[in-house]
Design a protein around this ligand. Sequence first.
Ligand code: ADP
Length: 274
Amino acid sequence: MIEIRDLHFKYHSQTDEVLKGVNLKIKKGEFVSIIGPSGCGKSTLCLTLNGIIPKTISGQFSGDVIIDGMNTKDHEVSEFSKKVGMILQNPESQLFAMTVEEELAFGPENLAVPREEIEDRISWALSIVNMENKRDEFPGNLSGGQKQRIAIAASLTMMPEILVLDEPTSQLDPIGKREVFSVLEQLHKEEKMTIVLVEHRTEPIAELSDKVVVMDNGAIVLQGTPRVVFEKVPILRELGIMVPDISYLTYLLKEGGYVKDIALTVEEARRLFI
Ligand code: ADP
């Protein structure tokens, strides 16, 4: 679904490349999380996935980003808006309509989708984010978690195949974070959507991801299943990445020869001792 080949990018205003030869393949339906220190290029990488880089934000760009067979160099950003939904940190910046319904209708209306189908898409999207009862609400009155769920629903009405989320819960309270992660879990498991998530908290990553990609200084330094990646505690610590507490505890026990594997969840840890 996504193939990135030897991707280099430098913003015009910077002296150094921000992406320094990124190679990455993401399969259809895969949930991939990207972690890494602040400033290592995660957001920049996200912006290459819908062609914003290099089409809208220009710079020195080389390599290829191929989305479902389409090279981003050869197509306009608008063509990717139907394929790739992009969700950013701040839900406020993504909502502008007077009602939830208008917010959700905006994208498909612009594509001249027939009214009846727009209605179906709105009902479907609201049911996924579990907000059917907020259809007529003013988005400004919703909680942070609800706003972000509406931003996700608005993106879903474009029927994208890929959802890219750049730290979507960083400005939300714990309840809001949980609500958003539960929507992502449903989109992955039930709708089989391809999901790319930038997130710095490793607990939800361990629970949700098929693959974890670790970036440092514009390059991918490690990738694999959460288990493979979160076992590499010393490398991650050096990058300032804390693995989930339960993984760290079981890593220490594994190093001491007490258990055979690390655990990603408390439930898994419990099984290690039976
Ligand atoms: P991350 O998401 O990992 O924190 P970013 O991709 O946001 O990293 O930023 C990587 C580097 O690129 C940083 O040094 C940042 O200052 C720089 N950068 C990000 N956006 C721009 C921009 N629009 N113009 C110039 N430099 C930018």
